[in-house]
Design a protein around this ligand. Structure first.
Ligand code: MIC
Ligand code: SF4
Length: 641
């Protein structure tokens, strides 16, 4: 068995089914974050269960900590009180980014983790099956329901050799993205194997599994070996270690080989994480801003390396250097060891331990500017400035670039600094609130921005409407439901946030959808790539969107569409897109019967008179959920019957 299969079998999935077969995976741990967690908690509450049924559920506040206005603090207070009531651990604002903190504090090899954030696979760095999902799926997991997914194909990424000086884990995943592309991972798990694995620490492995999300993969995973034990020891959790490796004769659907010693510093260019080039080719191009942090690259080693590189130097005034440490533990260490002072003296701006600039929460670059970031996504506009270009690089390349004020290959800087990792990391109680055994008497505090959950419509005899928007390939959830300081404040208020659906693509979309009382969206390949935000389905549902007709869908977004009763219709022949225009009227007759029983059917374009053949690739459970108008409706109908 390969490692992924071994963990499935520990969780009762035995024998291992053919790829594509639905599997029901029991979930040991969940994580939620504030931007998706308020909805997940409202959904959990709607299930009517008195306490979470996982081994551990942690509610993090890390995305929206700006607190401009009462909205965010209201959300935080709601999350703190609902966590206490239902038995979740609460991680306070300022305690760090969910994935970094979860890895340090709670990650356990061989366990399963479901998180309402697409970068949950960070946990694969410590040998967990860690999967990102919509908030409703995570709420169901908190209620003890298994998570259903099609059995993925497992690809082996065989690592040989060792990284050369100045080449980093980030360059490994950028190389995988260069080869596999942003849609190459759909339906796949990337399992890292081979002799090169031992040379990578757990935080380095986590950088790689984190950004596996950009491949569209179900998850990525590393074995649990001596390096994993060393990491757990440093966190005072060695008792949670088990050795977990693939069998020597493990089978994979495909093998990719990467010789680590051949890699060079790489950068993903605007506006997709797979537009990868060598940093050397960009050398000399002036940059306005360098941002170091995010769940991909803000471990102690990452930031201590940056501090050592800038120590005693001055960042040029035309370039802004921003540092966002990944966790309170990392920040504490930087402060204790004096690296924080080195960063401050070099002119860096120090941010709170949170997602911050990664999700457009401040630190937007200047108009037409170039921002170089250690983050994982560079979608157009995500940084907060529509016409800026974001490049994704390693912390080493970012620091070299900040020092030069222009793209620079760190290999030109001589020998890299030697970073000694502490034997023990400071494990702290500050920042966490652990729940009491009985939360029955806790009062949940809700502010006026927390609005009730809207529900979807059951599918009737006919689903019809106008094509409200026609879009190209690779539309991201940042395109569908943008984030940023203003919009992110409305994650608990669907009527308000729905005004911003597609606002960066077509500012008139929301108004048009309301006027027409809903309709269809038409798109190319990989529709909905990127985040797990279910608001990208929930808000369109609120506007009356009944179906998306696309050449293909990204995994998490497809699940979110089904969860909220929006039909994910796949074009049998993507060339049929040419025959559909914005403004055309579409009708699906015998809708209920088709959804419940057929794999393919006709959608009529009543404007052109042409039939469009669509497929609907659903398992029996998804058919029930869709026809009920979403998972909550379905769940309630089960409780009533
Ligand atoms: C992201 O990186 O896009 C986010 C913000 O973390 C999202 C979650 C969200 O939109 O709240 C994700 O990756 O799932
Ligand atoms: Fe936060 Fe960015 Fe990571 Fe998303 S990708 S969890 S916004 S740091």
């Amino acid at each position: 068995m390969n490692l992924f299969e071994k963990i499935l079998s520990i969780h009762g999935i035995d024998p291992i089914p053919e790829s594509g077969t639905p599997i029901r995976l029991t979930i040991d741990q969940t994580l939620t974050q504030d931007a998706t967690g308020t909805m997940a908690c409202l959904q959990f509450e709607a299930l009517g269960i008195d306490r979470v049924r996982t081994d551990l559920s942690v509610s993090y506040v890390d995305h929206n900590t700006i607190q401009s206005g009462y909205f965010n603090f209201d959300d935080h207070r709601f999350l703190r009180t609902i966590a206490a009531k239902y038995g979740m651990v609460f991680s306070e604002p300022g305690n760090g980014i969910c994935h970094q903190v979860n890895l340090e504090r709670f990650g356990v090899p061989g366990r399963t983790l479901l998180g309402s954030d697409s970068h949950t696979p960070t946990g694969g760095g410590i040998g967990m099956i860690a999967i990102g999902a919509g908030g409703l799926d995570v709420a169901m997991a908190m209620a003890g329901e298994p998570f259903t997914l099609p059995m993925p194909n497992v690809v082996s990424v065989r690592l040989t050799g060792e990284l050369s000086p100045w080449v980093a884990a980030k360059d490994v995943i950028l190389e995988v993205l260069r080869r596999e592309t942003v849609k190459g991972g759909v339906g796949r798990v990337y399992e890292y194997t081979g002799p090169g694995v031992a040379s990578l620490s757990v935080p380095e492995r986590a950088t790689i599994t984190n950004m596996g999300a950009e491949l569209g993969a179900t998850t990525s995973i590393f074995p649990s070996d001596d390096g994993t034990l060393a990491f757990l020891k440093s966190q005072g959790r060695e008792d949670q270690w088990i050795r977990l490796e693939p069998d020597p004769d493990a089978r994979y659907t495909r093998e990719i080989e990467i010789d680590l010693s051949q890699l060079v510093p790489l950068a993903a260019c605007p506006h997709m994480p797979d537009m990868v080039t060598e940093v050397g080719k960009l050398a000399g191009t002036k940059v306005d801003q360098v941002v170091i942090g995010s769940c991909t690259n803000s471990s102690y080693k990452d930031l201590a390396t940056v501090a050592a590189m800038v120590k005693g130097k001055r960042i040029p005034p035309e370039t802004s250097l921003v540092i966002a440490p990944g966790s309170r533990q990392v920040l504490t260490l930087l402060a204790d060891h004096g690296e924080l002072t080195d960063l401050i003296r070099a002119g860096a701006r120090i941010m709170e331990c949170a997602c911050g600039p990664c999700i457009g929460m401040g630190q937007a670059p200047p108009s037409g500017g170039i921002t170089v970031r250690t983050m994982n996504r560079n979608f157009k506009g995500r940084c907060g400035t529509a016409d800026a270009g974001t490049y994704l690089v390693s912390p080493e390349t970012a620091a070299a670039t900040a020092l030069a004020g222009a793209f620079a290959d760190p290999r030109d800087l001589g020998a890299p600094p030697e970073i000694t990792l502490p034997k023990k990391f400071p494990v702290q109680e500050a920042g966490f609130v652990f729940p009491a055994l009985d939360g029955g008497s806790v009062e949940i505090l809700r502010g006026p921005n927390i609005k009730p959950l809207p529900l979807g419509q059951a599918v009737g005899e006919e689903v019809s409407g106008e094509v409200l928007l026609k879009l190209p390939d690779n539309i991201t959830t940042d395109d569908i439901m943008p984030a940023g300081t203003h919009i992110l404040s409305f994650r608990s208020n669907i009527p308000e946030i729905s005004k911003y659906v597609f606002s960066h693509v077509d500012p008139e979309f929301s108004r048009r959808a309301r006027e027409k009382q809903g309709g269809f969206i038409v798109a190319g390949d990989n529709y909905g790539q990127g985040s797990s935000r279910e608001h990208a389905a929930l808000a369109p549902m609120f506007l009356g969107i009944r179906g998306v007709v696309a050449a293909s869908f990204a995994r998490i977004h497809r699940a979110n569409l089904i969860n909220f009763g929006i039909l994910p219709l796949i074009l049998e022949d993507p060339r049929a897109l040419e025959a559909i225009s914005q403004g055309d009227s579409l009708v699906l007759r015998n809708a209920r019967e088709n959804i419940l029983e057929k794999d393919g059917f006709e959608l009529e374009n009543t404007t052109t008179g042409k039939a469009i053949i669509v497929k609907i690739d659903l398992n029996p459970f998804e058919r029930q959920v869709l026809s009920a108008g979403g998972k909550l409706n379905w769940y309630r109908s089960q409780q009533d019957s």
